[in-house]
Design a protein around this ligand. Structure first.
Ligand code: HEM
Length: 432
């Protein structure tokens, strides 16, 4: 809770409007400059600190005093009654979807837990989700990418979000997990419901989450008797000093892999293609280097696209377990803290010409995959998918262009993710 508002904080630009969703970067520049750890009311009504400078963001992401559990702090009897505090907490939990001490099984996953539980689960899953497994998957990702492009190449137009960026990661992670092909379209439907309606625990979304949980639970149960060469089987096999994942933990793990790896990758592709459209010189540079059979610019380019306009605008919720100071600002025990990755990654104190897209940027330790113990587990898979998607699109459909004026594009207004609702494109139709 704010005790010392910064002198200029009340002049802060309006956040979370449509204009902000379209281009949040000017507002983030103002915050970085004038109120780098900024207390604000979110559209949900929850109040939280927004951390916008790179160094503060990195420090916050690595700070063990910032917990994923809203319950892990002492009540301050001097400032408010335990009853008020508990009401406020219940509201925060409801609005953020964080279960705290209440064990909502599916939500008790890596992104919502602290050490030592986090350390144990992350160690177990890292044994299954290895760089080698991802590397083995490279040819299949290429096949999936080509197959999706085949489906619209003859039309000369497409909505790149729905026909390409959306199905690619869902099919990829389903295959990696070992979901049989005949069931993968169900996942596509459930995931579609979650992405369209923002992932909150309501109505159709709640039904989709439930269907996914039931399905994953049954699949894990079946695989116990018939282990194969897939990630779920490896999760079941994984053990650490005799310690195995329970069935509930394996289900939550499969769910978070799907959930964390899906909308993020959709938006890496969508935002990435959009940034290339808006920066034709860089796009041409990439296309020429791909035509020459080089991959260097593609690899640095995908990292730069993550920095420049990445899919995860804000890192997930964190809560101060004790009073602390962040960027010179006092943060009280129990306060929610949101690290604004999109703002940190445009901080001129860290990146030269941060508002310029430079696909060959090499000094690029961006925070697009987070930092610290919750650093993205799926980064190697995301890189693989992002590189395959961009390289294949630009090579197979070289005259790909936006089919509507840029100002007609609509951005989703969610809190954590940044992405386009649709991305209509046109190109010379290709025979397959
Ligand atoms: C471009 C795509 C992706 C981006 C930008 C991204 C970004 C992130 C970020 C920023 C975090 C940390 C959040 C925080 O600390 O609050 C994270 C965590 C995580 N990501 Fe990703 N991610 C991507 C793709 C994937 C994929 C493909 C998978 C798996 C299939 C995945 C699985 C996870 C998991 C399991 C965590 C939680 C790790 C932990 O808490 O220990 N992500 N990701």
């Amino acid at each position: 809770m704010q005790d010392q508002p910064s002198p200029t904080a009340d002049q802060a630009p309006e956040l979370f409007t449509w204009e902000f969703a379209t281009d949040p970067y000017p507002a983030y520049a103002w915050l970085r400059e004038n109120s780098p750890v900024h207390w604000t009311k979110l559209p949900s009504g929850v109040e939280a600190w927004l951390v916008t400078r790179y160094e503060d963001a990195r420090q916050a992401l690595a700070d063990q005093r910032l917990s994923k559990n809203p319950d892990r702090h002492d009540v301050r009897p001097d400032e408010e009654s335990a009853h008020d505090r508990s009401n406020k907490l219940a509201n925060v939990k409801k609005k953020t979807g964080i279960p705290g001490e209440r064990k909502a099984e599916l939500m008790t996953h890596l992104l919502n837990i602290d050490p030592p539980d986090h350390t144990r689960l992350r160690r177990l899953v890292s044994k299954a989700f290895t760089p080698r497994r991802v590397a083995e998957f490279t040819p299949r990702v290429q096949e999936l990418t080509d197959h999706l492009i085949d489906r619209f190449a003859e039309k000369g137009e497409a909505d790149l979000i729905h026909e390409f960026a959306f199905p690619l990661p869902i099919y990829a992670i389903c295959e990696m997990l070992g979901v049989p092909r005949e069931d993968q379209d169900d996942f596509r439907d459930w995931a579609g419901m979650m992405i369209r309606h923002g992932g909150g625990p309501r109505g159709g979304v709640a039904r989709s989450v439930k269907q996914m949980r039931t399905y994953l639970g049954e699949l894990i149960h079946r695989k116990r008797d018939d282990l194969g060469n897939d990630l779920i089987s490896d999760l079941i096999r994984a053990s650490d000093h005799g310690d195995h994942l329970t069935e509930a933990e394996a289900t939550a793990m499969a769910f978070i892999l799907l959930f964390a790896g899906f909308e993020t990758t959709v938006n890496l592709i969508g935002n990435g293609v959009h940034s290339l459209f808006m920066n034709p010189g860089e796009r041409e540079r990439l296309q020429s280097s791909l035509a020459a059979g080089e991959r260097g610019l593609l690899e640095t380019g995908v990292e730069e696209l993550l920095r420049y306009d990445g899919p995860v605008e804000l890192a997930t919720w964190r809560f101060a377990t004790e009073p602390l100071t962040l960027g010179g600002q006092s943060v009280a025990a129990g306060d929610p803290v949101l690290v604004v990755l999109a703002a940190a990654d445009r901080d001129p104190a860290r990146f030269a010409e941060p508002d310029t897209l430079d696909l060959s940027r090499t000094d690029n330790q961006h925070l697009g995959y987070g930092h610290g113990i919750h650093y993205c587990l799926g980064a190697p898979l995301a890189r693989l998918e992002g590189q395959a998607a961009l390289a294949t699109l630009l090579t197979r459909l070289p005259d790909l262009e936006l089919a509507v004026p840029p100002e007609e594009l609509r951005w989703r207004g969610g809190l954590i993710m940044r992405g386009l609702r649709t991305l209509p494109v046109r190109f010379t139709p290709r025979n397959i």
